[in-house]
Write a protein that binds this ligand. Structure first.
Ligand code: ATP
Ligand code: MG
Length: 229
């Protein structure tokens, strides 16, 4: 086993085939994301976008082929280094019936409040925090957060880890315009110096990425510089 290096990670899918049971989802998929660049992954519902994200986060292994983070095959990477170096914001954010602090840290008591506050600042969540009755100790629950707030919570969780690779699965699908603008400003600041994968249904939500891959039924339809597509 190997430890993933700190810092921006390149990603390489090398002839990756993946099936759920006997249903083939990805067929010899090959692409590369250079370290420190942003990458858009676009395709219709069911195209296989989240599956690609799951393979990077090693929720599954490929049936054939390799997924490389930096030079390391995900199968050889220690799961702890992979999970700390890869930040994954899923389509459905899990909110616990617990304090805001516990929700941010996943109940890890070793994380300093000052770090939590600085991440909340960067996400422009300080006014929201100041409006809560007990600051970081305020109790929150799935029903007390809007979809936008849950999304921002998920971003805060990810950036607390200071990951070298960030995967955002449909980051703006449930956001109103004001929250979406907040998220965009936060991402401008927080994605700098990292590799990022932004998943979306439509090209117009990933216009600011460097490269884009358009996927249909597990196969590449287009792949190139985003501005040229
Ligand atoms: P969306 O835009 O709706 O999020 P997607 O591009 O992320 O779609 P995936 O979630 O990767 O698509 O799914 C690709 C295919 O794999 C779909 O046909 C889906 O039904 C199937 N699939 C996804 N997860 C599973 C699973 N756990 N078991 C079986 N089939 C699955
Ligand atoms: Mg998906």
């Amino acid at each position: 086993t190997r430890t993933l290096q700190k810092g921006a990670l390149s990603v390489r899918f090398d002839h990756v085939t993946f099936s759920y049971q006997d249903k083939k989802i990805l067929d010899e998929l090959t692409f590369e994301v250079p370290a420190g660049t942003s990458f858009g992954l676009v395709g219709r519902t069911g195209a296989g976008k989240s599956t690609i994200a799951h393979l990077m986060f090693r929720m599954y292994d490929p049936v054939q082929g390799r997924v490389l983070l930096g030079e390391v095959d995900t199968r050889d990477a220690t799961l702890s280094s992979l999970r700390s170096q890869v930040g994954f914001v899923t389509q459905d954010v899990q909110v616990f019936d617990a304090t805001l602090r516990e929700n941010l840290t996943f109940f890890d008591r070793s994380v300093d409040d000052s770090l939590l506050l600085s991440v909340l600042d960067t996400l422009e969540l300080r006014p929201w925090l100041d409006g809560l009755p007990d600051g970081l100790s305020s109790r929150i629950s799935p029903s007390s957060l809007s979809a936008g707030q849950a999304q921002l919570l998920a971003l805060a969780r990810v950036f607390l880890k200071d990951p070298g690779l960030v995967i955002l699965d449909e980051p703006s699908s449930k956001l109103d315009l004001v929250t979406e603008a907040m998220v965009e400003r936060a991402l401008d600041r927080m994605l700098a110096g990292r590799t990022s994968i932004i998943i979306a249904h439509r090209l117009d939500t990933i216009l600011r990425t460097d490269h884009t891959l358009v996927l249909s039924q597990g196969a590449v339809v287009e792949h190139g510089v985003t501005a040229d597509l």
